[in-house]
Design a binder for this molecule. Structure first.
Ligand SMILES: Nc1ncnc2c1ncn2[C@@H]1O[C@H](COP(=O)(O)OP(=O)(O)OP(=O)(O)O)[C@@H](O)[C@H]1O
Ligand SMILES: [Mg+2]
Length: 248
């Protein structure tokens, strides 16, 4: 997974997403989350489920790191592969459940308990759900019906309409959640962070900074991916030209 080594910023949209996940988990509903590319859906889901840490655990290695913070994890994160069949979905989901069990086990490593067989998962988040074929979706619904977990599918805008064409799946949907780009005020918070990462300080009283910030907000339209890419370019241009400030 490409993370570009970015620090995760807890934004208002992330807070909404977190609340949405909690609701789907609590009520064991199906939830649909949709938003344009690059706004942070995948990163938010990974952060919520702590999946980067869970994935890093090697269940077969006794020397695996001890992760006490994973003790209360109840979420499996799964990226639907480009080519998917019900069998593949099944195997991958079982894999996810196993990884979660292993994570909970390793979080209690020094308590000497056995790694249980029981599935502790209460929520499954399926990313890139636009890729799911009808039979894979049907299969997912069947797993959801048999299991005791909530299910969230993440996709591009329009996925909610696509799902509405499958009445059985759609009738189980409890919540629908649009993931929006950053608002202008929040962009100020994010840009502050980026300025600092370049060793600069952003002052709203300084006209040059304010002008540069307004340009960044305009060209990126609150899209996280565009902001990060733009700042990689800014960093490079500053280095090549030995500049010490960001201008419009
Ligand atoms: N909360 C955040 N804090 C810091 N960076 C973020 C955050 N959210 C997203 N980003 C940045 O934006 C990039 C794109 O995010 P992400 O992959 O989650 O978007 P997405 O909505 O899943 O897009 P797509 O629909 O194309 O899959 C990330 O690689 C990361 O650099
Ligand atoms: Mg994504």
């Amino acid at each position: 997974m490409k993370t570009n080594n970015t620090d995760f910023l807890v934004t208002k949209e992330y807070r909404f997403f977190e609340e949405f996940c909690e609701a789907c988990k609590r009520d064991k509903y199906i939830g649909i989350c949709f938003g344009p590319p690059g706004v942070g859906k995948t990163l938010s889901a990974r952060h919520y489920s702590k999946w980067n840490e869970i994935e890093a655990i090697d269940p077969f290695s006794e020397s695996s790191k001890y992760w006490p913070e994973l003790a209360d994890r109840k979420t499996v994160f799964y990226t639907a592969p480009v080519s998917n069949t019900p069998k593949k979905i099944d195997d991958n989901l079982n894999d996810g459940f196993f990884k979660l069990r292993a994570a909970v086990y390793y979080s209690n490593k020094f308590k000497e308990n056995e790694m249980g067989e029981e599935n502790s998962c209460e929520l499954v988040i399926v990313d890139e759900a636009d890729r799911l074929t009808l039979s894979s979706l049907e299969h997912l619904r069947d797993r959801y019906d048999q299991g005791n977990f909530g299910l969230i599918v993440i996709g591009m805008p329009g996925i909610e309409k696509k799902m509405s064409r499958y009445p059985q799946f759609y009738s189980r949907v409890g919540f629908s959640h649009p993931y929006n780009p950053l608002s202008e005020e929040e962009m100020e918070f994010v840009l502050q962070h980026h300025w600092e990462k370049l060793g600069l300080s952003l002052s709203l009283e300084d006209f040059t900074d304010k002008e540069a910030m307004a340009s960044v907000i305009r060209v990126t339209a609150g899209n996280f991916r565009l902001v990060n890419r733009l700042f990689s370019q800014i960093q490079r241009i500053m280095k090549v030209n030995t500049l010490s400030s960001i201008t419009k």
